[in-house]
Design a protein around this ligand. Structure first.
Ligand code: SF4
Ligand code: SF4
Length: 182
């Protein structure tokens, strides 16, 4: 008997007190993905990388919006979204208690405004993506005096930017080219 008691004391407490006490998880544990909407630029990289199709993105030009959505019911906690995000807007937390009473609680959504082309007026990219591109270009060129010009260029849709670039090409008869091509 004494020997048994000694063995029990040496072994310590083999079980955990969860759920009556918080359960510590190991470092690198992959739990619920968390989005920081202020950091997100709605680029869609995470939605392309998500192997379980838990992340989706829908663009609604008529509402001038792009909606990012996470459906936790499909998430496999692989962490690909965190790996590919260029702005660290999404990361996996250590949260693992994800039971809900309503399916709608498994959805996380964020909505972003679209940038309209200053020439043709069509929406072509999320406003925050365009703003980040401009900021990075200004920073990389160390030329704050070019800020207005870069903002003006980046607020054109790809088609209008191409057209404007060709129109300013002196050696080309642009009107002839445009008539033939467009
Ligand atoms: S952790 Fe994996 S499955 Fe879950 S949202 Fe991110 S990429 Fe998709
Ligand atoms: S990759 Fe990052 S910045 Fe791009 S949509 Fe996903 S969370 Fe937002």
């Amino acid at each position: 008997m004494l020997k048994l008691l000694k063995t029990l004391l040496r072994a310590g407490e083999p079980t955990v007190k969860y759920p009556f006490a918080p359960l510590a998880v190991c470092a690198g544990f992959r739990g619920k993905p968390q989005l920081e909407p202020e950091q997100c630029i709605a680029c869609g990289a995470c939605t392309c990388a998500c192997p379980a199709n838990a992340l989706t993105m829908e663009t609604h030009p008529e509402e001038n919006s792009r909606t990012w959505q996470l459906f936790l019911g499909r998430c496999i906690y692989c962490g690909r979204c965190e790996e590919v995000c260029p702005t660290r807007a999404i990361y996996l937390t250590q949260e693992f208690e994800l039971a809900v009473t309503q399916k709608s609680d498994l959805y996380v959504r964020a909505t972003f405004r679209l940038q309209h082309c200053r020439h043709c007026g069509l929406p072509f990219a999320p406003e925050k993506s365009v703003a980040l591109a401009a900021a990075l270009l200004i920073h990389s060129q160390q030329a704050p005096q070019l800020a207005d010009m870069l903002h003006a260029q980046l607020s054109l849709c790809p088609a209008c930017r191409r057209r404007e670039a060709l129109e300013h090409h002196d050696s080309l008869n642009i009107h002839y080219f445009l008539e033939k091509q467009l």
